[in-house]
Ligand binder design. Structure first.
Ligand SMILES: Nc1ncnc2c1ncn2[C@@H]1O[C@H](COP(=O)(O)OP(=O)(O)O)[C@@H](O)[C@H]1O
Ligand SMILES: [Mg+2]
Length: 285
């Protein structure tokens, strides 16, 4: 047994013969911020998809706080304590900011879904459905308590981005700026009170001042003791927020260590920074 929060061993995933993730092992300790960097197509998002249960591995194991999660679906993994955001940002466009955040809390509710364990058993599915309907209409002391807890939780998460989301809490997500949609997405993930927060390029498409705002918010989360697994292209942000950096190339880990050490690793400069310079010169992605 390890005392790691997340332990990944020999993880593999291929797509039609392409080894997107090719036997990688790494860990995240409680309270640690670990970043994965690497060129486009190196397997970063696939790794996050595997860890969060969006897709299944073809080999290896994933353990969260001592429990194997590599066979669990994403809903079950959310209950285990992993929340994530997506590379392109995903919010429910017609829901308000507050309602989007509330959605995040429902993976951890119990009082309004007391029989949810039965919903996996085909013949008994109607019991949780009827039970939840009854509670939704009539309510119970526990579900009313939970209702108040939800309202408090939504307030707390909006407060995290008060200057940006506070005035917009009742606005539909489609009316928000791109940066505010991404903030809403992070707030929704944090509303789950995850043991591990998984972020896929949280500053993609943001300008410099928006990026430094997100950096500050990540530093605040880190100061609260939040463990984070981060994929991010902006190296300055990665260097400032990470305890440890993992470098991927071609589905494998080619370097790993403290930010300053990784930054000067010749293999990293070649695979990551060198190739990006070439891409810029050649105009190709
Ligand atoms: N659903 C998929 N179907 C087929 N190929 C995929 C799929 N997802 C990712 N890939 C391929 O796997 C490789 C790694 O992709 P990805 O993990 O998205 O890289 P990164 O996030 O590092 O840019 C790429 O070659 C990509 O085209
Ligand atoms: Mg990606």
């Amino acid at each position: 047994m390890s005392d790691q929060l997340l332990q990944v061993d020999g993880l593999e995933r291929h797509f039609d013969g392409l080894k997107a993730v090719d036997g990688i092992s790494f860990s995240v300790a409680p309270g640690e911020v670990v970043s994965i960097i690497g060129p486009n197509g190196s397997g970063k998002t696939t790794t996050l998809n595997l860890v969060s249960g969006a897709i299944r591995p073809h080999g290896g194991s994933i353990t969260l706080a001592g429990a194997r999660i590599d066979r669990a679906d994403s809903a079950r993994i959310a209950e285990h304590g992993i929340a994530r955001t997506f590379q392109n940002g995903r919010v429910f466009a017609t829901l308000s900011v507050a309602d989007n955040i509330e959605v995040g809390m429902h993976s951890t509710l119990t009082a309004s879904r007391p029989f949810r364990g039965l919903s996996n058993l085909f013949l008994l599915r109607w019991i949780p459905l009827l039970g939840e309907l009854f509670i939704a209409i009539v309510g119970t002391p526990a579900s009313r308590r939970e209702g108040r807890m939800i309202a408090d939780g939504v307030d707390a998460e909006i407060h995290r981005f008060e200057a940006r989301l506070g005035p917009r809490r009742h606005d539909p997500a489609y009316s928000l700026s791109y940066a505010n949609r991404r903030r809403t997405e992070i707030a929704r993930a944090m509303a789950q009170k995850p043991k591990l927060l998984v972020l896929d390029e949280p500053t993609a498409g943001m300008n410099q001042s928006e990026t430094s705002e997100v950096l500050q918010q990540l530093l605040d989360l880190k100061a609260e003791g939040q463990a984070i697994l981060l994929v991010e292209h902006k190296l300055d942000l990665v260097m400032r927020v990470s305890d440890r950096v993992i470098v991927m190339d071609g589905g494998r880990i080619i370097a790993e260590g403290a930010p300053e050490v990784v930054r000067h690793d010749p293999a990293v400069i070649e695979a990551y920074i060198g190739r990006r310079r070439e891409a810029k010169r050649g105009g190709a992605a």
